[in-house]
Design a protein around this ligand. Structure first.
Ligand SMILES: C[S@@+](CC[C@H](N)C(=O)[O-])C[C@H]1O[C@@H](n2cnc3c(N)ncnc32)[C@H](O)[C@@H]1O
Length: 255
């Protein structure tokens, strides 16, 4: 995939609120994507990021996914933070979605250093978050690191597949799939997650342009009849069943 060409294409097609007729999407652009962090949230994020940026501790990664394009199996916390954390623009989108839609239950696939988890929590501290991570050293670091920063978080050490084979009839209001960036695996997880979702569940897929294969999976999910709303935010994609809405695809700026 030519990512520069993809980015130019995205920028060309990306819309602000003008020309959007769906009230749901209009609100998303006009209200949700305008929500800002409070001063105290911003201060917490800045000190948290600083600690991770300066942390040279090396941990051994057990890779259960598509693997990093850039890193080996011995990785420092600062490297993991730099390469695989939802910070900046995309972290803010996670915060905005949890703050505006107030989902009661969130499922996150891929905890890593817990930056996505922290953004969801800051958006609404009463949310119940279940976050799944298969790498034991990563999860152990993160559980300890986040213990005084989040509450109502259930950290699960498991592969996504094992987790899906074990959960009962639990349903989630927001599902963030952010690990194992492989097209076939992503489709498999999304199919299995269907019965753990409802009409308004917000699915967020990260790294939809990670590879040709991931982009193909995103396009096939986007075109399927399971989701009437699909939103391209360049790195992330959002899918929502919303059967009451006419099927439509949106390319949005996100700010
Ligand atoms: C990109 S990071 C997650 C970043 C995090 N969600 C955030 O917002 O900052 C992906 C994580 O998924 C984990 N992972 C990848 N494949 C997995 C699998 N099949 N089962 C469980 N965890 C997996 C990796 O170990 C890694 O820590």
């Amino acid at each position: 995939m030519n990512i520069v060409f993809e980015y130019i294409k995205y920028k060309w097609n990306a819309k602000g609120r003008h020309g959007i007729h769906s009230p749901f999407i209009y609100d998303l652009v006009d209200r949700v994507f305008k929500i800002d962090f409070s001063t105290s949230n911003l201060a917490l994020l800045n000190t948290t990021f600083k600690k991770l940026k300066n942390n040279k501790k090396v941990i051994t990664i057990k890779d259960f996914g598509a693997g990093s394009h850039k890193l080996g199996n011995q990785r420092s916390i600062q490297q993991i933070f730099k390469i695989s954390s939802s910070k900046g623009h995309y972290g803010r989108i996670l915060f905005q979605l949890s703050n505006y839609f107030q989902p009661k239950k969130i499922l996150e696939f891929g905890t890593s250093l817990g930056i996505g988890t922290l953004h969801f929590h800051l958006g609404n501290p009463t949310i119940q978050i279940t976050t799944v991570e298969a790498c034991p050293e990563t999860l152990s670091f993160t559980q300890d690191f986040l213990k005084d920063k989040v509450s109502n978080v259930n950290f699960i050490e498991s592969t996504f597949r094992d987790f899906l084979n074990q959960i009962s009839s639990e349903k989630y209001d927001l599902i963030f799939v952010d690990g194992h960036h492989d097209g076939k695996a992503t489709i498999e997880y999304m199919q299995k997650l269907e019965k753990h979702s409802h009409n308004e569940t917000i699915f967020i897929l990260d790294d939809i342009r990670w590879s040709d294969d991931m982009f193909k999976a995103w396009n096939s999910l986007k075109n399927s009849n399971n989701y009437n709303v699909s939103i391209d935010l360049f790195r992330m994609g959002i899918l929502i069943p919303r059967k009451q809405q006419v099927k439509e695809h949106f390319v949005l700026k996100g700010r």
